[in-house]
Design a protein around this ligand. Sequence first.
Ligand code: PLP
Length: 368
Amino acid sequence: MDDQGKLRFAKLLHHRAALLEKGEAVAPPLVSATTYHLPEVEGASHIYGRMSMPTWEAVETQLGILEDAPCVAFPSGMAAISAALMAVLTDRKRLIIPADGYYVTRVFSAEVLAAYGVEVVEVRTAAIATADVSGGAVVFIETPSNPGLDCCDIALIAQRVRAAGGLLIVDNTTMTPLLQRPLDLGADMVVAADTKAPGGHSDILFGHVATRDTGLEARVRQWRKISGAVPGAFEAWLLHRGIETLEVRLERMCATAQIIAERLSGHRAVTNLRYPGLPGDPSHVLAQRQMTGFGFLIGFELATMDAAEAFLAACPYITQTTSFGGTHTAGERRARWGDPVSEGFIRLSVGVEPAEVLWAAIETALHS
Ligand SMILES: *Cc1c(COP(=O)(O)O)cnc(C)c1O
């Protein structure tokens, strides 16, 4: 993370300080009230729970400091993604999405948006920078892609999309605003699943939309209010707590991922290793330029489905789960979901275990 990022994080940790009265709780109170004292509407800070809640606002303030942009909180990453897309696909009817990105975004586009008359075009992440973005299209990208970890050039794509009168949305889930800053690179909107690293403990679903365009922000807020896709107060409260350690967790996770990736690259059982932090990786040069860290996701292949299953079962410090970004190192064979990868391909999400203990367990499991 750069110096600006570190400053933002310190500010985030102390964001409530200026508002605190003597004797008030330092951590934000968990307020789940649906109704608020309303003798008259004018000047009320809260009106009704579907419109706003103090505990979401505490999280939106944290996220706003991280993104350096207004943020709208949602009950899941998909709620944030669908809100962003519904807000912009009113006058615009052409949508470009990654063919190798998050699966449910593709399902939402194909099953829901297409039924509302949106033309959905799928393009591989590695080819989006040169794709046809004419016609005021909404371009939705994810970099690094999940699970293939290909990268695309956000600044270049933003420039091309803007020149064509379009709009760029970036799913920044795999990086978080600490490791990659799409709005600074020219994107119109960021969407993210805070379910992953920001929540960080595999116990809440949450998402947000960030944008510096006040018109877009208003449309996303209005969508949330009238569609009712509002987060719960308890989840917001847990996310507020989780985000406070995001920077320390990410630092450990990225450093360990670098070590594990370097050692896996020298292991004879491992092929087609992908980690943007390795100098030989196809994403490395771009990642160095546009990311402030290389993340905690690693992709690699073992020879067969059986070898991959045996490895995952044998390693005591890899939880066999889907999803990523939690404190526990997690791994799974992505082909079980029908991802276009080989049967032995594993996506590893590196957690906060001490690096040498984790590597010793991985090395032993690779020999089993
Ligand atoms: C998990 C994920 C989502 C969806 O988040 P949910 O909170 O599960 O709805 C969206 N995009 C990416 C890249 C993800 O990894």
